[in-house]
Design a protein around this ligand. Sequence first.
Ligand SMILES: [Zn+2]
Ligand SMILES: [Zn+2]
Length: 458
Amino acid sequence: MEFVTDLHLHSKYSRAVSKEMNLYNMALWGTKKGLDVLSTADWTHPLWFREIKQELVEDTQGIFKIKNNKDFLTRFILSVEISSIYTQKGIVHRIHNLVFSPSLKTCEKIQNELIKRGCNLASDGRPIVGLSSIQLMELIYSIDEDVLLVPCHAWTPWFALYGSNSGFDSIDDCFGEYADKIYGVETGLSSDPYMNWQIKELNNRSLISNSDAHSLPKMGREATVFVTKDGVKSSELRVQSDDKKLKLTYEDITDAIKQKPDGRLKIGYTIEFYPEEGKYHYTGHRNCNFVQDPRQTKLDGNICPVCKRPLTVGVMHRVEELAKASKFPDEISKLNDNGVKWIIDPTRNHPPFVKLVPLNEIIAESLHSTVSSQKVKDMFDLLCQKFGSELNVLLKISIQDLEKEAGPRVAEGVDKVRRGNIVILPGFDGQYGIVKIWDDKKVSEKQEETKSQLGIDF
Ligand SMILES: [Zn+2]
Ligand SMILES: [Zn+2]
């Protein structure tokens, strides 16, 4: 049995987040997308926390559901992203961490303690605090041993554990004596698990993937899928489907991330964005319209030829730097019966993953339209309804069945995405990469143009 989770989201109280991000809509879209458990997000924010308490009710230990609603399958877990900005040994660090809480009571205690330390929790759903990552660990663990902290989008240049501009080189450097309580990291949109498999200190830690969505359609673009371990009866975790009641608990999820031997779940696989599509995959300067791949960064250094200032070093280069040229074996991939390309850890140390493009983007390109057009939205809703969820359409149903409902072009698009048969212009310095499912003439020309402008090989 699988439980698909998206454990890092934002509410309407975080900066640059859609006003539609409220708990009811999140549950509605979570159900449509096939997400079993979502982050409540932002539980440190006083107004949002009030909404959490008003609208949700605890279903099983640490897992919440919308009050008085039997239709939504989606449940919630309490997690919040906290941004720490601080100086350590003379260097300014900006680290984002995801903090999971087992109960509303623990949330309240943590909120009070943060306020005592001068943190302004009302300013943003993702609060900025002056506490170091070590101080934050100290604070939350002194309140409740069952909390869990996972560094967010571990590789982004400006706000992350391994970030090229404000991060550290290791979990020990960042978390000191608490390093052994860092059981996993979030890989983020610009890196995929394969890149992270190459980092030694992550060998015995979990890799989780979440969407960090700021709007409803983007939820689930990355996700962590937990599965029951051998010998655990599915019925222990979910009663009959007509009851629609999840029995899994906060502890099940955190135990799986901690890889506890006696836990009931483990991470089965993760669903990934194409890392090239992420905003910081390659090195570059957005304003100078300059981008380079890691090979060029090695050869030419990281000074921008346009403005002569240091480039924003991308995730791919940074991974290579910290992997210290380890001769990590090439990825192994396997197509399953549905034509989905699975990427498998050649060292068999971590669970596999699959790379997807959101269904609304596939439909938009198939129909030569945009994700905001009504016909794309209608087709998206129709397919989610017909086949149960977005993730079923992307991963599980047969292409023949999809073709009957959506026509040959959308079916071909989904098939190409499943097989990884697509073209991507990598993102850099805050600019998302561009995914093209059909490498038609126009796309090739566009790439040629960009290549010559940017002097880069794709
Ligand atoms: Zn963040
Ligand atoms: Zn520049």
